[in-house]
Design a protein around this ligand. Structure first.
Ligand SMILES: Nc1ncnc2c1ncn2[C@@H]1O[C@H](COP(=O)(O)OP(=O)(O)O)[C@@H](O)[C@H]1O
Ligand SMILES: [Mg+2]
Length: 379
């Protein structure tokens, strides 16, 4: 079999994966594609001499496969993600009460780039599959079952747009005309007939807060939590400081607190290296990434031994910055024929601004020996 014959069917599949952007995910069909997507096909790890002997077309095909592969290394099961999933299962499963008891809501509040969207989508995928397995594709009333509804907000979304986004997800014919309240009723209809159990609102901080206390927003979500038989999973940055579940003394505070009492706040932390456990987690993550690299000259310890400090300093322990750096480094290593990652190559790769700012200070501490990113047991 020639190289290109072996690779081509996979290329098609890779394209399917790349269409799963966030725009597609705003529709239930897009979410289903994500939920049903088979694992991405891993390109073969070939030694240099095999790559050298390839014809131009085969090499192009091979590198195209590696480009896509390295651009989509995740999601890795990090300890942070595992812990979050456990909490989500606890809350979700305990919400499965009979009757019309209001269900506990969740607020996942953490800085950008810590993997909130990734972790929640991975949970939603598991949940979708579990419920379809257990309860079938159709409800007792004969409607399509959609256990998860996911809405991602963009800058300055108002309440009407928010309700409309839910209709958009279900492809409801009444999504074009109506008031905020009408959209709200139709959204409730969708949720009921599809027997949706989890309502995810991603990037909630983009919702237009009319007044600084956030009381209108808080009331709306209290309404959803009470009327919609769903577990509400709100994701955002600084939700607590926006007053979504703070408690206080005034009347307004009391109304807010009602949402608060039923809302469990969860977060996602960056990697830290100030404990042996933290260093072990960091190392295991690097080992997991290492294992996935498709570079001819990779070797055991290429990241976990030789680049541990360096990668920690440049990413400041943020999974988003780490994966960006690895992804871009791999693209360069394939393109230039370097076929490995090392400090010289990675120094040429740009990372996001926030990560670069924390880098200098951390690098100094690491090189002066005041800090170490590798666990003592791995030395
Ligand atoms: N568990 C993970 N494994 C691999 N990559 C991840 C993981 N979590 C996040 N990433 C990567 O980090 C980047 C930021 O993640 P994202 O989920 O968008 O963060 P947030 O929603 O908190 O801003 C994405 O490019 C994503 O691919
Ligand atoms: Mg996000």
């Amino acid at each position: 079999m020639t190289m290109s014959k072996r690779v081509r069917p996979h290329a098609e599949e890779a394209d399917l994966h790349s269409r799963l952007d966030h725009l597609t995910l705003s529709r239930k069909e897009g979410f289903q594609r994500l939920a049903d997507a088979p694992p991405r096909q891993r390109p073969e790890l070939l030694p240099r001499r095999r790559i050298k002997k390839m014809g131009e077309a085969a090499m192009e095909e091979y590198n195209r496969g590696r480009r896509k592969w390295h651009a989509n290394l995740g999601p890795l099961r990090t300890p942070q993600m595992d812990a979050l999933h456990e909490d989500l299962w606890d809350i979700f499963d305990s919400n499965d009460q009979d009757g019309d008891k209001a269900k506990g809501s969740i607020a996942l509040d953490a800085f950008p780039g810590l993997g909130k969207t990734t972790a929640v989508l991975s949970f939603a995928r598991k949940l979708h599959r579990r419920i379809l397995r257990e309860e079938g594709q159709f409800t007792a009333a004969g409607h399509e079952r959609w256990p998860v509804c996911r809405v991602g907000l963009t800058a300055n979304t108002g309440m009407r747009d928010f309700n409309r986004a839910i209709l958009e997800y279900y492809g409801h014919p009444g999504r074009f005309r109506g008031t905020a309240a009408e959209f709200g009723y139709r959204a409730l209809d969708c949720v009921l007939s599809a027997e949706t159990k989890l309502l995810i609102i991603d990037d909630l901080h983009f919702l237009r807060w009319r007044n600084t206390s956030g009381i209108e927003v808080s009331n709306h979500f209290k309404y959803i939590a009470n009327e919609f038989p769903v577990t509400l999973l709100m994701i955002g940055v600084g939700l607590e400081s926006k007053g979504l579940f703070s408690e206080g003394n005034s009347y307004e505070d009391a109304v807010l607190a009602q949402t608060g009492r039923r809302t469990t706040a969860l977060d996602l932390a960056p990697f830290t290296i100030d404990s042996e456990q933290g260093r072990t987690d960091w190392r295991n993550t690097l080992l997991a990434i290492e294992e996935r690299l498709i570079l001819a000259d990779k070797y055991p310890g290429i990241l976990a031994d030789d680049l541990s400090d360096y990668l920690f300093a440049r990413s400041t322990g943020h999974i988003g910055s780490l994966m960006t750096l690895i992804n871009r480094g791999c693209q360069r290593a394939v393109r230039t024929g370097a076929e490995r990652l090392d400090q010289k190559l990675l120094d040429l790769v740009k990372n996001d601004a926030a990560a670069e700012k924390g880098r200098d200070e951390l690098q100094q501490a690491l090189t002066s020996g005041r800090l170490a990113s590798r666990p003592k047991t791995a030395a």
